[in-house]
Ligand binder design. Structure first.
Ligand code: 5GP
Ligand code: MN
Length: 341
C-alpha cells in the first residue's frame, strides 16, 4: 500500500510517541552511497526518539566509513546472532533503497518471517517487495531525496547537520556528483542542505578522493589491460576475475565507479563491468541517453535497475564465459540498442 504524504506524519508520530518501539533500517546488499546515506539519515532521525538500528546484509564500502556514527551499521555476515536478536524485537522495519526482496540478500527470509510493520522507501522502477507500506517514486534522484521529503513532511525543524550530510552523500553518489538523474527538486533540496551548513567540499573529498594505492593501480590495470571496445556497438566492457582482484588486494568498494569511466570515450554509450565476487559473477551496466540498459540486465542477467544504471549477475559462468555470452547478447540486440541511440 502506498503511504500517501498526508499519512506519513501520523504514521511516524505514532511510532515516535511510543519510545519503546524499535526501528530497524535495512539497506540493500553491497550497499552504496545512497543506501547507506539514506539509512544513516533515517538512523539519525529515529534514534533521537526511539531505539534504532541499521542492519546491512553485507559489509559497507570503506569510502563511507567516515560518516558520523557509521560504526552503528551492523554487517549481518559478521554479527548474525545480535542482528537476529534485534530483528526479533523490531516494531518497524524500513527497507531502504531497494524494492525487491532478494536485494535484502541473506536478510530476505528474516524480514519475510518478521511480524513488524514494514515500510519501503525506494526510487527504483517496478517495486515488488511485499511490504505493508511503500514510499516509492522513480522521479527522484535517489532514496536519500525521498528521505529528505519524508523527514520534511514530518517536521522540517528536525534536520540536523548529520541528517543533512547523510542525505547529501546519497544524492551526490547516486547522481555521480550531479551528472545524472538530477531533477529541479534535487537542487532545491540540496540548497536546503547547504543552508544547514553541510561541508560539501569535505564530503566530496572523503567520498571520492580516498583511493588506496592498490585501488588506483587496479583502475589503471582495468582500463589499460581489461577493457574491450566494441566500436560498432558503442560499447566498452571491463572484465576482472578473482585472481586479478586478489593481485590488487581487492576490498569491497574498490571497483566503485570504474564502470562509468569508459563513458568518457567519444562514441561509447554503453559500459559494462563484469567481475567475480563472492563466487559469482556480478555485472554493472551503464548507458547514456535513450539506451535502456536495464532491459538487458533484467532479461539476460537476473538483474534490473534504472534505465541508465543497472546491475545483474551470472551464477553459472566464469568471467570470460560471461564476456562471451554478453557480446553475443549485445550483437543480437544491436538493432534495439541502435534504435534507442
Ligand atoms: P551498481 O552497478 O552500482 O551495482 O548498480 C546500479 C543500479 O542497478 C543500482 O540502482 C542498483 O540498485 C541496481 N542493481 C544492481 N544490481 C542489481 C541486481 O542484481 N538486481 C536489480 N534488480 N538491480 C540491481
Ligand atoms: Mn539509490
Amino acid at each position: 500500500m502506498k503511504l500517501p504524504d498526508n499519512k506519513i506524519k501520523s504514521f511516524v508520530e505514532n511510532i515516535q510517541s511510543q519510545r519503546e518501539k524499535n526501528v530497524v533500517i535495512v539497506p540493500h546488499v553491497n550497499p552504496d552511497g545512497d543506501a547507506i546515506g539514506a539509512s544513516m539519515a533515517l538512523y539519525h532521525y529515529f534514534s533521537a526518539t526511539n531505539k534504532c538500528s541499521v542492519i546491512a546484509p553485507s559489509s559497507s564500502p570503506e569510502f563511507l566509513k567516515w560518516m558520523p556514527q557509521s560504526e552503528i551499521v551492523l554487517d549481518y555476515q559478521e554479527n548474525k546472532e545480535s542482528c537476529e536478536a534485534i530483528f526479533s524485537k523490531a516494531d518497524l522495519i524500513i527497507i531502504a533503497d531497494h524494492n525487491a526482496a532478494n536485494r535484502s540478500g541473506d536478510l530476505e527470509l528474516l524480514i519475510a518471517n518478521n511480524s513488524a510493520i514494514k515500510l519501503m522507501i525506494d526510487h527504483h522502477p517496478e517495486p515488488s517487495y511485499p511490504v505493508d507500506y511503500q514510499i516509492s517514486c522513480t522521479k527522484v534522484s535517489s532514496t536519500a531525496e525521498l528521505v529528505f521529503n519524508f523527514i520534511n513532511t514530518i517536521n522540517p525543524q528536525s534536520f540536523t547537520i548529520d541528517i543533512a550530510s547523510a542525505i547529501y552523500v546519497g544524492i551526490m553518489t547516486d547522481t555521480g556528483n550531479f551528472m545524472h538523474n538530477v531533477q529541479p527538486d534535487t537542487f532545491k533540496i540540496v540548497s536546503q542542505l547547504i543552508a544547514l551548513n553541510i561541508d560539501r567540499e569535505q564530503i566530496y573529498d572523503k567520498v571520492f578522493n580516498n583511493y588506496s594505492v592498490d585501488r588506483m593501480r587496479l583502475m589503471g590495470y582495468a582500463l589499460s589491460k581489461k577493457m574491450m571496445i566494441l566500436k560498432d556497438l558503442g560499447t566498452a566492457i571491463l572484465y576482472l576475475d578473482k585472481n586479478e582482484l586478489e593481485e590488487f588486494n581487492y576490498k569491497i568498494g574498490d571497483t566503485e565507479g570504474f564502470v562509468n569511466m569508459p563513458l568518457a570515450i567519444k562514441g561509447i554509450n554503453i559500459s559494462i563491468l563484469i567481475m567475480e565476487r563472492d563466487g559469482v559473477v556480478k555485472m554493472s551496466f551503464r548507458s547514456k541517453g535513450a539506451v535502456a540498459i536495464n532491459t538487458i540486465a533484467k532479461k539476460y542477467f537476473n538483474g534490473g535497475g534504472h534505465m541508465n544504471a543497472a546491475g545483474g549477475m551470472e551464477p553459472d559462468l566464469s568471467v570470460d564465459q560471461t564476456l562471451v555470452k554478453l557480446i553475443e547478447i549485445l550483437k543480437q540486440n544491436a538493432n534495439l540498442l541502435d534504435e534507442l541511440k
